[in-house]
Design a protein around this ligand. Structure first.
Ligand code: AHG
Ligand code: MN
Ligand code: MN
Length: 350
């Protein structure tokens, strides 16, 4: 056990890398780590508690809130409120931003956007779920923090991460200097460094997409799926199809093994399903830091303008060679713009 490094130790060691507010960002990351351990405890014993099932409430997304969605949201908001470093929490589960006005957070410099529980539909059936978080710095400390501080482009993130509550629980995060993964050792209750400097393979053999929506996909996506299924030994095709339905779990697997995850526009989700602020941007930051690529099929996710808190975006994310290949099919099919996503030549990322 001599060379075990805990998340807390690692954060302190690395804080010299932070461009500003070193101790504060460290404390914020530590608070997120603590809240995720509390959520992990409840997820682990979900079947034993009165915590499975729906609350009966429909959230702002028009989705049925699960009890664990609400519990996880409360835990993260509580941890971030008492920590004192965060002045606004933007959550999937809250229609509006949550301001933290307590004395302790008066001078707080950070904004946290969070998907407290990702993969809600998998909670009741013991399939991995996750948490996604994204951290921004307040734009102007001289004026009160506002929604404008949340609606920053993904390139402005100072840190992002996810927690996967799977066969083991892991916390993976980046502050823009590579990606590191920590596995929770339940015997000591600490996240311990297990995956230093994570890199995603340049290419892979896994494609992840909800193929049940096939008829509603854009032509380029349909053609890419067919490409994945064609036999070609030189490129290790046909690829393997893997889709869990929890973005965190699907992306974590693909990051480690090499693969592509696509959630395109569909008839039911004309702007895509996944949310830019607390799903696409943090995952795009992480995957880019791991050497991967994330676009909406044409433009880099991190460069997209953010106009609304719960804005959705299509996403193509994973091993760079695979994402580029899918983009080629989009381009060939002439799918150069999605309904209300601004497309401009100078913003192209091919
Ligand atoms: P959430 O549980 O936070 O609402 O997110 C669910 C998301 C994402 O995790 C997953 O990739 C996707 O929804 C699955 O959607 P489909 O069931 O439409 O495939
Ligand atoms: Mn989600
Ligand atoms: Mn969620």
């Amino acid at each position: 056990m001599a060379d075990v490094k805990t998340l807390g130790q690692f954060i302190i060691e690395k804080q010299a890398d932070f461009p500003y507010a070193k101790g504060e960002l460290s404390r914020l990351l530590r608070d997120i780590g603590i809240a995720s351990k509390i959520v992990n405890r409840e997820v682990n014993k979900a079947g034993l508690m009165e915590i499975l099932g729906k609350t009966g409430v429909t959230n702002v997304q028009g989705e049925q809130q699960q009890k664990l969605d609400v519990f996880a949201n409360e835990q993260f908001v509580k941890a971030l409120s008492s920590g004192g470093e965060c002045c606004i929490v933007a959550s999937e589960e809250n229609e509006n931003i949550v301001r933290i006005d307590s004395a302790v957070s008066k001078g707080a410099k950070y904004i946290v956007a969070i998907d407290p529980l990702d993969g809600s539909s998998n909670i009741d059936v013991n399939v991995p779920v996750g948490t996604i978080f994204s951290i921004y710095r307040r734009k102007n400390l001289a004026v009160p923090a506002s929604l404008g501080d949340v609606l920053q482009r993904g390139t402005e993130q100072v840190a992002a991460g996810y927690v996967i509550y799977g066969s083991s629980t892991m916390l993976v995060y980046t502050t823009g200097k590579g990606v590191n993964g920590f596995t929770l050792d339940p015997s000591i209750g600490e996240f311990c460094l297990s995956h230093p400097d994570m890199k995603t393979p340049e290419t892979g053999t896994i494609y992840s997409i909800n193929e049940g929506n096939y008829v509603h996909f854009p032509q380029g996506v349909k053609k890419y799926i067919k490409y994945c299924q064609v036999e070609d030994t030189a490129t290790y095709r046909p690829y393997t199809s893997r889709y869990i339905g929890s973005m965190v779990a699907d992306l974590h697997r693909n990051l480690l093994k090499g693969g592509i995850f696509i959630y395109p526009v569909t008839a039911a989700a004309p702007n895509g399903k996944l949310r830019l602020v607390y799903e696409c941007n943090p995952m795009a930051f992480i995957i880019e830091q791991a050497g991967g690529r994330a676009t909406n099929g044409m433009d880099r996710i991190l460069d997209l303008e953010v106009a609304e808190l719960h804005q959705r975006s299509p996403i193509f994310i994973g091993s760079p060679a695979m994402v580029r290949q899918a983009e080629r099919f989009m381009l060939e099919a002439g799918e150069l713009s999605f309904s209300d996503i601004p497309y401009s030549l100078h913003n192209r990322f091919l």
